[in-house]
Design a protein around this ligand. Structure first.
Ligand code: HEC
Length: 202
């Protein structure tokens, strides 16, 4: 190798290949734009799933009581999530204590749930409102793969099916459909779970 070429190569190596700096910055800008789009799309999916579930749940409770609500939730949760799981997206819910074992978290989801739970505990201790939305994401700019989670807090209407005082008749229906149910005993404002989404370019 020519001495100058070798020196130039060494120089580029030591300077972090400055020759590529410009294109790198441009593509980083573009990626961060893509990242923002993915976050917006994830939030839109969360809204669709959350609203869809709530509407179906409220309607079923109104006409058939909480027991009907349990059955509706079982019937509706999967299909609503499936409808949204298109074009590379996977949309669902998870928790550290699941009712449906199919919703069990993987390692990354478990870590984010622990992080959310820590933030909620901290906010509770200091009597502050937790950050809203309480969410987190990871984006791989190489592969374009994206994951997103948004915390779900236990609200008043959730107590009837996820609280510590679930009516025995409701409990019976829950146990019938979910013999390994872990999703009771939550207090108001606890981390009940999270929406969890992933995207893989197709
Ligand atoms: C009428 C009973 C009922 C009510 C009220 C209810 N849920 Fe559930 N919830 C269920 C059932 C049944 C499932 C399991 C659905 C499935 O099979 O995926 C479930 C599952 C979930 C899951 C998915 C993780 C898991 O445990 O499998 C989350 C998160 C959740 N509920 C949050 C809430 C929140 C938040 C509220 C209040 C806004 C609420 N639920 C109100 C019955 C209920």
């Amino acid at each position: 190798m020519n001495k100058y070429v070798a020196l130039l190569a060494l120089g580029l190596l030591l300077s972090g290949c400055n020759i590529y700096e410009k294109p790198q910055i441009n593509s980083a800008d573009k990626k961060s734009g893509e990242e923002q789009i993915k976050v917006q799309q994830a939030k839109a999916h969360v809204k669709a799933l959350g609203t869809g579930l709530k509407t179906r749940l409220q309607q079923a409770i109104k006409t058939g009581g909480l027991e009907a609500g349990v059955e509706e939730c079982q019937l509706a949760a999967g299909p609503i999530a499936d409808t949204l799981s298109q074009d590379g997206w996977q949309v669902g819910r998870t928790s550290l204590k699941v009712r449906n074992p199919n919703n069990a978290p993987d390692v990354w989801e478990r870590e984010q749930l622990a992080y959310f739970s820590g933030l909620l505990d901290k906010a509770k201790l200091s009597n502050e409102q937790p950050r809203k939305p309480l969410d987190t994401y990871q984006y791989d700019s190489e592969s374009g793969e994206f994951r997103y989670m948004m915390a779900i807090e236990q609200g008043q209407i959730c107590m009837a099916c996820h609280g510590s005082n679930v009516d025995p008749a409701v409990k019976e229906v829950i146990t019938k459909h979910y013999p390994n149910d872990e999703a009771t005993g939550f207090n108001l404002g606890d981390l009940r779970g999270a929406f969890t989404l992933s995207y893989k370019p197709q």
